[in-house]
Design a protein around this ligand. Structure first.
Ligand SMILES: C[S@@+](CC[C@H](N)C(=O)[O-])C[C@H]1O[C@@H](n2cnc3c(N)ncnc32)[C@H](O)[C@@H]1O
Length: 271
């Protein structure tokens, strides 16, 4: 994928590159800011569960375009390290952080949830909204817990099946829209994060509304929703991608939900 990298201006992608973008990268390219299944509602619930404080050092893994990182730094004065594996996301995250005026509190860096560059026990809060589900889940969950300090909290948002999907809905979503992604049941996700070492696990769940008209409007507001729609119809390759994506996502919407998990890393027991 050819991209000219600059912090202030987003690179113009070739049509063939747009066709190859995953749905989340595509959402970022057309200007969507909230790019996870629970939308703003789950980010607000995450903020409530995390209880951020100004002295906290927060790690946001798979930060996307840095929407939650900016929200946390702005509202709570915490220092946030926002990492992502995708150059396209990092470019937009850096631009958004710069525009927010919070570059002194948010550091944006490349990083992989499967092998975090940080020492054990480095962060007070570790956040991963819609990331673990794309990768080796036990390994990713173990990394999130490893870099959290004892007594600190790990918070993650994931997709889950609220209802068993029809074979067609499953194939369309996991075979075509998000190839390679794995979705578990609510109980499976809780088991995974407990096995990674979290205790006092709290859970909230709800429907997947990010791509419904109502969810889109709630997440982005009217002005941005109109801007995103305008961008979509401004280029044939965007329109093609959107008209391919939307009906396929809609087929899975009735069965999908988000789960938000918050757990505490325990202090080691003395021998
Ligand atoms: C569904 S998006 C969520 C973005 C952001 N957390 C949000 O909620 O808006 C998933 C993000 O995870 C990133 N990602 C995928 N695999 C990753 C990995 N191995 N390490 C770090 N980030 C990863 C993607 O680049 C993308 O930005």
């Amino acid at each position: 994928m050819e991209m000219e990298m600059s912090v202030t201006s987003a690179p113009r992608l070739a049509s063939a590159d747009i066709a190859r973008l995953d749905p989340y990268q595509f959402m970022a390219v057309i200007g969507k800011r909230v790019i996870h299944p629970g939308g703003r509602h789950s980010s607000e619930a995450l903020i409530d569960m995390a209880v951020f404080a100004p002295e906290h050092h927060v790690l946001d893994v798979g930060c996307g375009v840095a929407t939650t990182a900016i929200e946390v730094a702005c509202r709570f004065g915490s220092h946030v390290t926002a990492i992502d594996i995708s150059p396209l996301m990092l470019q937009r995250a850096r631009r958004n952080v710069l525009a927010s005026g919070l570059a002194d509190r948010i550091e944006v860096a490349e990083g992989n949830i499967l092998a975090l560059d940080h020492a054990d026990n480095s962060f007070d809060r570790v956040v991963a909204e819609a990331v673990t589900m794309f990768v080796d889940r036990p390994r990713a969950a173990a990394e999130l817990v490893r870099v959290c300090r004892p007594g600190g909290r790990v918070l993650a948002t994931e997709f889950f099946w609220r209802e068993p999907p029809t074979p067609e809905a499953r194939e369309v979503f996991l075979g075509q829209v998000c190839p390679g992604m794995q979705i578990d049941t609510l109980e499976d996700w809780m088991t995974l994060y407990r096995a990674a070492g979290l205790r006092d696990v709290q859970v909230e769940s709800g429907p997947f509304e990010m791509m419904t008209p109502r969810g889109f409007l709630v997440d982005e507001g009217l002005a941005r929703t109109l801007a995103v729609m305008g961008r979509c119809i401004s280029r044939l390759s965007y329109l093609r991608k959107m008209t391919w994506l939307m009906p396929r996502i809609q087929r899975a919407v009735p069965y999908l939900g988000f789960i938000l998990i918050c757990g505490t890393k325990p202090f080691a027991r003395p021998n």
